[in-house]
Design a protein around this ligand. Structure first.
Ligand SMILES: [Zn+2]
Ligand SMILES: [Zn+2]
Length: 172
Protein backbone atom coordinates (compact mmCIF):
# COMPACT_ATOMS: atom_id res chain seq x y z
CA UNK A 1 0.00 0.00 0.00
CA UNK A 2 1.41 3.38 -1.02
CA UNK A 3 -1.47 5.62 0.02
CA UNK A 4 -1.76 7.00 3.54
CA UNK A 5 -4.36 8.70 5.68
CA UNK A 6 -3.20 12.27 6.25
CA UNK A 7 -4.81 12.67 9.70
CA UNK A 8 -3.11 9.52 10.95
CA UNK A 9 0.21 10.55 9.44
CA UNK A 10 0.09 13.84 11.31
CA UNK A 11 0.32 12.03 14.62
CA UNK A 12 2.01 8.74 13.75
CA UNK A 13 4.77 7.99 11.25
CA UNK A 14 4.01 5.15 8.86
CA UNK A 15 6.33 2.30 7.98
CA UNK A 16 6.09 1.95 4.23
CA UNK A 17 6.37 -1.41 2.51
CA UNK A 18 4.47 -1.61 -0.73
CA UNK A 19 4.60 -2.18 -4.45
CA UNK A 20 3.98 0.03 -7.43
CA UNK A 21 2.65 -2.47 -9.94
CA UNK A 22 3.98 -2.56 -13.50
CA UNK A 23 0.42 -2.18 -14.83
CA UNK A 24 -0.56 0.67 -12.49
CA UNK A 25 -2.46 3.43 -14.36
CA UNK A 26 0.07 5.97 -13.07
CA UNK A 27 2.56 4.92 -15.77
CA UNK A 28 2.53 6.87 -19.03
CA UNK A 29 2.74 5.11 -22.35
CA UNK A 30 6.32 6.30 -22.94
CA UNK A 31 7.63 5.36 -19.47
CA UNK A 32 10.25 2.61 -19.18
CA UNK A 33 8.07 0.34 -17.08
CA UNK A 34 9.44 -2.03 -14.49
CA UNK A 35 9.56 -5.70 -15.38
CA UNK A 36 7.66 -6.49 -12.20
CA UNK A 37 6.40 -4.28 -9.40
CA UNK A 38 8.68 -1.58 -7.99
CA UNK A 39 9.12 -2.36 -4.32
CA UNK A 40 9.07 0.65 -1.98
CA UNK A 41 10.24 0.66 1.63
CA UNK A 42 10.80 3.43 4.09
CA UNK A 43 9.28 5.77 6.60
CA UNK A 44 6.64 8.41 5.96
CA UNK A 45 6.14 11.08 8.57
CA UNK A 46 4.90 14.58 9.24
CA UNK A 47 7.38 17.41 8.74
CA UNK A 48 5.04 20.04 10.22
CA UNK A 49 2.85 22.68 8.54
CA UNK A 50 1.03 20.11 6.43
CA UNK A 51 4.27 18.78 5.03
CA UNK A 52 5.20 15.12 4.91
CA UNK A 53 8.51 13.50 4.33
CA UNK A 54 9.22 10.09 2.86
CA UNK A 55 12.66 8.59 3.35
CA UNK A 56 13.45 5.15 2.05
CA UNK A 57 14.34 3.14 -0.97
CA UNK A 58 12.77 1.67 -4.08
CA UNK A 59 13.92 -1.22 -6.22
CA UNK A 60 12.89 -3.12 -9.30
CA UNK A 61 14.22 -4.15 -12.67
CA UNK A 62 13.79 -2.89 -16.20
CA UNK A 63 14.35 -4.32 -19.67
CA UNK A 64 16.02 -2.04 -22.21
CA UNK A 65 17.56 -2.55 -25.64
CA UNK A 66 21.36 -2.57 -25.95
CA UNK A 67 22.17 0.67 -27.76
CA UNK A 68 24.58 -1.12 -30.10
CA UNK A 69 22.99 -4.47 -30.96
CA UNK A 70 19.37 -3.97 -29.76
CA UNK A 71 19.42 -7.16 -27.67
CA UNK A 72 17.13 -6.89 -24.65
CA UNK A 73 19.04 -6.34 -21.43
CA UNK A 74 17.54 -6.52 -17.94
CA UNK A 75 18.99 -4.21 -15.31
CA UNK A 76 18.28 -3.86 -11.61
CA UNK A 77 17.28 -0.36 -10.56
CA UNK A 78 17.56 0.51 -6.86
CA UNK A 79 17.84 3.96 -5.33
CA UNK A 80 17.55 5.72 -2.01
CA UNK A 81 14.58 8.05 -2.17
CA UNK A 82 13.59 11.19 -0.29
CA UNK A 83 10.32 12.86 -1.17
CA UNK A 84 8.81 15.96 0.37
CA UNK A 85 5.07 16.54 0.03
CA UNK A 86 3.37 19.86 0.69
CA UNK A 87 -0.17 21.13 0.15
CA UNK A 88 -0.69 23.09 -3.08
CA UNK A 89 -1.52 26.23 -1.05
CA UNK A 90 1.84 26.21 0.73
CA UNK A 91 3.54 29.38 -0.67
CA UNK A 92 7.06 28.26 0.24
CA UNK A 93 6.93 25.32 -2.19
CA UNK A 94 5.96 27.38 -5.21
CA UNK A 95 7.96 26.43 -8.28
CA UNK A 96 10.11 24.03 -6.29
CA UNK A 97 10.41 20.98 -8.54
CA UNK A 98 11.68 18.82 -5.69
CA UNK A 99 8.45 19.13 -3.74
CA UNK A 100 5.41 17.03 -4.58
CA UNK A 101 2.18 18.86 -3.94
CA UNK A 102 -1.17 17.52 -2.82
CA UNK A 103 -4.68 18.96 -2.59
CA UNK A 104 -5.09 20.47 0.92
CA UNK A 105 -8.62 19.02 1.01
CA UNK A 106 -7.38 15.47 0.40
CA UNK A 107 -7.73 12.75 3.04
CA UNK A 108 -5.19 10.43 1.50
CA UNK A 109 -1.63 11.03 0.42
CA UNK A 110 -0.37 8.81 -2.37
CA UNK A 111 3.38 8.46 -2.84
CA UNK A 112 3.05 6.63 -6.16
CA UNK A 113 3.57 9.76 -8.32
CA UNK A 114 6.83 10.43 -6.46
CA UNK A 115 7.96 6.81 -6.83
CA UNK A 116 7.22 6.99 -10.55
CA UNK A 117 9.33 10.14 -10.95
CA UNK A 118 12.15 8.66 -8.92
CA UNK A 119 12.00 5.55 -11.07
CA UNK A 120 12.14 7.53 -14.33
CA UNK A 121 15.22 9.41 -13.10
CA UNK A 122 16.95 6.20 -12.03
CA UNK A 123 16.42 4.07 -15.12
CA UNK A 124 19.58 4.35 -17.27
CA UNK A 125 19.15 6.35 -20.49
CA UNK A 126 20.95 3.63 -22.44
CA UNK A 127 22.57 0.26 -21.79
CA UNK A 128 25.23 -1.91 -23.39
CA UNK A 129 24.57 -5.65 -23.28
CA UNK A 130 28.26 -6.08 -22.42
CA UNK A 131 31.32 -3.87 -22.33
CA UNK A 132 32.72 -5.04 -25.67
CA UNK A 133 29.46 -5.38 -27.60
CA UNK A 134 30.37 -5.29 -31.30
CA UNK A 135 26.97 -4.01 -32.39
CA UNK A 136 25.25 -4.59 -35.72
CA UNK A 137 26.77 -4.47 -39.20
CA UNK A 138 25.73 -1.13 -40.70
CA UNK A 139 25.27 -2.74 -44.10
CA UNK A 140 23.37 -5.98 -43.50
CA UNK A 141 22.25 -5.63 -39.88
CA UNK A 142 23.93 -8.86 -38.75
CA UNK A 143 24.74 -9.09 -35.03
CA UNK A 144 28.55 -8.97 -35.08
CA UNK A 145 28.66 -10.58 -31.62
CA UNK A 146 27.65 -13.81 -33.36
CA UNK A 147 30.54 -13.65 -35.83
CA UNK A 148 31.52 -11.57 -38.84
CA UNK A 149 29.24 -11.13 -41.85
CA UNK A 150 30.31 -11.16 -45.49
CA UNK A 151 30.04 -7.43 -46.06
CA UNK A 152 33.09 -5.46 -47.15
CA UNK A 153 34.28 -3.21 -44.32
CA UNK A 154 33.02 0.24 -45.28
CA UNK A 155 35.51 2.57 -43.62
CA UNK A 156 38.79 0.76 -44.04
CA UNK A 157 38.68 -0.51 -47.60
CA UNK A 158 42.24 -0.63 -48.92
CA UNK A 159 41.22 -0.20 -52.57
CA UNK A 160 39.72 3.18 -51.82
CA UNK A 161 42.83 4.18 -49.90
CA UNK A 162 44.97 3.82 -53.00
CA UNK A 163 42.43 5.70 -55.09
CA UNK A 164 42.33 8.47 -52.52
CA UNK A 165 46.10 8.67 -52.55
CA UNK A 166 46.17 8.95 -56.33
CA UNK A 167 43.59 11.71 -56.19
CA UNK A 168 45.53 13.56 -53.51
CA UNK A 169 48.71 13.36 -55.58
CA UNK A 170 46.79 14.61 -58.60
CA UNK A 171 45.43 17.57 -56.70
CA UNK A 172 48.78 18.46 -55.11
ZN1 LIG B 1 24.86 -5.31 -27.43
ZN1 LIG C 1 27.14 -7.14 -42.88
Amino acid sequence: MLSFDIRTLESTAAQVAGDLQADDPIWNAADPRPLEAVHVEGRFSSAGNGRFYFSGRFSGSVTLECRKCLTEVTRDVAEDAHFLFAPTDDPTTEDDPDVFTYDPGAHQLDIKPAVREGWLLSVPAFVDCREDCKGLCLTCGADLNNGTCNCEPVAADARWDSLRQTRNEFQA
